[in-house]
Design a protein around this ligand. Structure first.
Ligand code: PBG
Ligand code: ZN
Length: 323
C-alpha cells in the first residue's frame, strides 16, 4: 500500500474514527495510588516537593483509600515515616507499626480495595540505607532476615501484596519463604525487579524521609546504563516467586518496559516516580504545559510501552478525567 492509494489521514478525520482505530486506552483499573503514612490522627500535610500529595495519618489515609476506590482505582501502596529510627530499621516489622495499622484499617473500611505494602528499610533506619550496614556496606543476607520479619508482619495484618523495594539479592525468595513459613501463601509479591539508581526519586525521599545520610544506593540499585541486566534481574525474581514484576522509574525507562513485555509472561508494573510527577506539576504551575494533557500522554506512553499497571501519584487526577 502506497500513497496516494493509501492515505493514513482518512482514519484520523474525526474523533469517532480515531476512537475506532485507537490501540491503547487508559482506565482507572490501570492505576495504583501511593499513600505516605505518618503517626497521629487528623494529619493531612501537603508534601512541599510533591504538590497535591500528602503525609497522612491512618484515619486520613482511610479517607483517601475510599476516594481512590470510589474512582475505580483497584489498589493503593503504603509507605510510612515511623516515629523511631534505628540502625537496623526494627520498627518496620513492628506488628503495631504505622503500615501494619493502616493495612488493618483500610482492609476493614474498604474491603474490596487491594492493599499493597512497600517492604524496605530506608524509611526506618537512622542512616537511610535499605538494610543493615556493616563497615559502610549494605549487608545483604542480614537484611534478608529482617525483610522476612517485615513480610510476615504485613501478612499478619492482612496485606494483599508485599512489594519488596530494596534491590537486595535474593529478596523475593526471602519474602516468599517468610510468607510460606507462616501460611500466608495467598499473599502476592510485587517485586521491584528493575529498580534503577535514579535521581528521579528526589521528592519521594523528602516525602518518606529516607535519603541516605552518607553515600548513595548505587551498590544495590541498577545502573541506568544497563538494559540486558533488567531481564536478568526479572528472571531471578520470577524464579524466586514473584507474581508481578516492576520497572522503576517509568518514563526514562520505556525501552526496558517494552523489552520485558516482549520477553516475559508475568504482569508488569511501572512506577511513575516522584520526580516524574513533580516535574509535570512544576511546569504546569508555571503555565508552561497543560497538566491534564501531559499527565495523560505520559501515562498512555507507559501503557503503550507494555506495562499492565502504573503506580502513580496522578492516579486520582487521571481516574477523575476518565469517569
Ligand atoms: C525506597 C523507595 C524509594 C521509592 C520507592 N521506594 C526511594 C529510593 O529507592 O530511594 C521511590 C518512589 C518515588 O520516587 O516515587 N526503597
Ligand atoms: Zn529502601
Amino acid at each position: 500500500m502506497q500513497y496516494p492509494d493509501y492515505r493514513p489521514r482518512r482514519l484520523r478525520r474525526n474523533e469517532n474514527l480515531r476512537r475506532m482505530v485507537r490501540e491503547t486506552r487508559l482506565d482507572p483499573a490501570d492505576f495504583i495510588y501511593p499513600l505516605f503514612l505518618v503517626a497521629g490522627t487528623g494529619v493531612k500535610k501537603e508534601i512541599s516537593s510533591m504538590p497535591g500529595q500528602y503525609n497522612l495519618s491512618v484515619d486520613k489515609a482511610v479517607e483517601m483509600a475510599k476516594e481512590a476506590h470510589g474512582l475505580g482505582i483497584p489498589a493503593v501502596i503504603l509507605f510510612a515515616i515511623p516515629e523511631h529510627k534505628d540502625p537496623v530499621g526494627s520498627s518496620a516489622w513492628d506488628d503495631k507499626g504505622i503500615v501494619q495499622k493502616a493495612i488493618r484499617a483500610i482492609k476493614s473500611s474498604v474491603p474490596g480495595l487491594v492493599v499493597i505494602a512497600d517492604a524496605c528499610f530506608c524509611e526506618y533506619t537512622d542512616h537511610g540505607h535499605c538494610g543493615v550496614m556493616v563497615k559502610g556496606e549494605l549487608d545483604n543476607d542480614a537484611s534478608l532476615e529482617n525483610l522476612q520479619r517485615v513480610a510476615i508482619s504485613y501478612g499478619k495484618a492482612g496485606v494483599d501484596i508485599v512489594a519488596p523495594s530494596g534491590m537486595l539479592d535474593g529478596f523475593v525468595g526471602a519474602v516468599r519463604e517468610g510468607l510460606e513459613s507462616e501460611q500466608y501463601d495467598d499473599v502476592s509479591i510485587m517485586a521491584y525487579s528493575a529498580k534503577y539508581a535514579s535521581a528521579y526519586y528526589g521528592p519521594f525521599r523528602d516525602a518518606a524521609d529516607c535519603a541516605p545520610q552518607e553515600g548513595d544506593r548505587r551498590g544495590y540499585q541498577m545502573d541506568p546504563a544497563n538494559a540486558k541486566e533488567a531481564l536478568r534481574e526479572v528472571t531471578l525474581d520470577i524464579a524466586e516467586g514473584a507474581d508481578i514484576i516492576m520497572v522503576k522509574p517509568a518514563l526514562a525507562y520505556l525501552d526496558i518496559i517494552r523489552s520485558l513485555a516482549d520477553e516475559i509472561d508475568l504482569p508488569i508494573a511501572a512506577y511513575n516516580v516522584s520526580g516524574e510527577y513533580s516535574m509535570v506539576k512544576a511546569a504546569a504551575q508555571n503555565g508552561w504545559i497543560d497538566y491534564e494533557r501531559v499527565m495523560m500522554e505520559n501515562l498512555l506512553a507507559m501503557k503503550r510501552a507494555g506495562t499492565d499497571m502504573i503506580l502513580t501519584y496522578h492516579a486520582l487526577d487521571a481516574a477523575r478525567l476518565l469517569q
